[in-house]
Write a protein that binds this ligand. Structure first.
Ligand SMILES: [Zn+2]
Length: 386
């Protein structure tokens, strides 16, 4: 099965994503770093891309669609991926980030601000509206390791500067690096609840606020939170569950042709990453075009009353708490309609996204032991028709 999103090299651990300010960074996501000690090449030849192409992923349709929807409209909230190990979760996120167009970012800004937008909450850029030079940077994918401390996640007092120069400076954390990209947490169900809570707060507001050690900092932190986990290894509290926009289930494929295809592609990729990526470059470019078009189309899409009403009836029938379910269902259906190039958001869009938008918001029903996916499917048929 697909195990890693990137081929491992001696110089680049698979978690080490190039930092925006790194001079070693390539022009696009997943470029190999020159091994330390190698002589500086006189002309920088383009290094081979090493990320497994998104378009080469076999199966896992629901997960791929959820990630694309979150890329079209990050306001749908994070994506929670439940499932077996080695089902290509990390590969899919890296692949998706790699095919997104590189973003214009302010040089030297630790939050990778968009130079076209007002500096707003950025402590680095506000006050220097002029002369914000920019460069093209890959869309970041930041891994949040399980053992990460809160300091490392939200940022902390820069101790070195405090001790050597007596200055109170802020050292940005992982949330700063994830701004405008993806924050990925493998085994999110094993992370401290308070940290998950904090991450969901920041993901929802798009702002990280740090108030301690005499620091008072607010900085932009807009990212798509992607958590993965195996429910058998620890459950997420229901209060946290329903704060993720979408929840998808992935399983190891059980049909023979799919399994063979997965293994064959993985093998081909590992034997010749550059050749493999070149073979899928056209398909990845087509996906990129579609995503870019969907983002442009999104604000123009109207939501007919009939669709809104159907969404509300579906949530009522399922007894989802609060209005978050409806809001997510509506946004997700709209993002899918944009992705499909539709003129309006229809019942069929609702039907397609209902399981991912609602399955993690159901209350336990002691009289109904069927799984949440089956319950959503049944309600969709009853309320929306088949
Ligand atoms: Zn900035």
């Amino acid at each position: 099965m697909i195990v890693n999103g990137t081929t491992r090299t001696a110089s680049l651990p698979s978690h080490a994503h190039p930092r925006p300010e790194s001079p070693e960074r390539g022009a696009s996501q997943g470029i190999l770093r020159r091994p330390r000690g190698d002589p500086e090449p006189s002309i920088m030849a383009p290094a081979p891309p090493i990320t497994f192409p998104f378009s080469a992923i076999v199966g896992q349709d629901e997960m791929r669609r959820a990630l694309m929807i979150a890329a079209v409209d990050p306001s749908v909230g994070g994506v929670l991926v439940f499932g077996d190990r080695g089902t290509g979760k990390s590969t899919a996120i890296r692949g998706l980030a790699a095919l997104l167009p590189p973003m214009k970012a302010v040089i030297g800004c630790p939050y990778s601000c968009d130079p076209a937008k007002p500096a707003g909450e950025c402590p680095h850029c506000s006050g220097r509206a002029e002369g914000r030079r920019s460069h093209l940077a890959p869309v970041p994918v930041v891994d949040l390791p399980l053992g990460a401390t809160e300091d490392r996640v939200v940022g902390a007092l820069d101790l070195e500067r405090a001790l050597t120069r007596g200055e109170k400076a802020f050292e940005p954390g992982l949330l700063a690096r994830a701004n405008r990209g993806f924050l990925y947490i493998d085994e999110v169900n094993l992370l401290d609840d308070h940290l998950v809570d904090l991450l969901l707060d920041v993901a929802a507001s798009g702002i990280n606020t740090v108030e301690r050690e005499g620091l008072s900092i607010r900085h932009p932190a807009k990212f798509v939170l992607v958590g993965s986990g195996n429910p058998e290894e620890g459950e997420l509290r229901p209060q946290l569950l329903d704060r993720f926009g979408l929840a998808v289930e992935v399983t190891t494929p059980t049909d023979l042709p799919t399994r063979i295809d997965v293994v064959r592609r993985r093998d081909a990729y590992e034997r010749d990453p550059a050749g493999f990526c070149a073979a899928y470059a056209k398909a990845d470019r087509a996906l990129q075009k579609r995503l870019t078009a969907a983002r442009a189309r999104l604000p123009t899409l109207d939501m007919p009353d009939a669709t809104l009403e159907a969404a509300a009836r579906l949530c009522l029938a399922l007894g989802t708490d609060g209005l978050r379910g409806e809001l997510t269902l509506m946004r997700t259906a709209r993002a899918l309609a944009a992705y499909e190039g539709a003129d309006t958001v229809g019942i069929d869009h609702l039907r397609q996204v209902a399981p991912s938008a609602l399955r993690h918001r159901l209350r336990r029903n002691p009289l109904d032991e069927s799984g949440s996916t089956a319950r959503v499917a049944r309600a969709v048929t009853e309320v929306l028709g088949s």
